[in-house]
Design a protein around this ligand. Structure first.
Ligand code: AMP
Length: 112
């Protein structure tokens, strides 16, 4: 099982902020911004580049959920960023797809 599957199964503790049929959202353990959440599909898709066309509704659901959570946390006016790291050059460390939601400070562009 991946780390995130174990969190979803409640084998490893995490601060779960949202859960539905397709995904959970948790606080990142090493936050890079005042708000740093991970939106994680329950299906252990490894990464975007290994997803299949049958999974497009899950991929879309992750983005939509990010927007809903941002609105719930009143981050939609100040702004927020959704990030997916795919592979080593992008900094992917957990091989279970997840969308980072970052907010609460001015975020640099281009990213480092
Ligand atoms: P990535 O580098 O894009 O694969 O992102 C993995 C993220 O998972 C990093 O931001 C880590 O800080 C985060 N992370 C690792 N272990 C945990 C954990 N047990 N609970 C919450 N977040 C975690």
């Amino acid at each position: 099982m991946t780390l995130f599957e174990r969190i979803i199964a409640r084998e490893i503790p995490a601060q779960i902020l949202h859960e539905d049929d397709l995904c959970i959202a948790i606080n990142d353990i090493n936050p890079q911004a005042p708000t740093h959440l991970l939106i994680i599909p329950k299906k252990p898709i490894i990464r975007v580049s290994l997803s299949s066309h049958e999974e497009v509704s899950i991929l879309g659901h992750l983005l939509w959920t990010g927007g809903e959570i941002a609105k719930k946390l009143a981050l939609d006016q100040s702004g927020f960023r959704l990030v997916i790291n795919n592979g080593p050059d992008a900094g992917e460390t957990v091989p279970h797809l997840h969308v980072h939601l970052l907010a609460g400070r001015s975020l640099h562009w281009p990213p480092g």
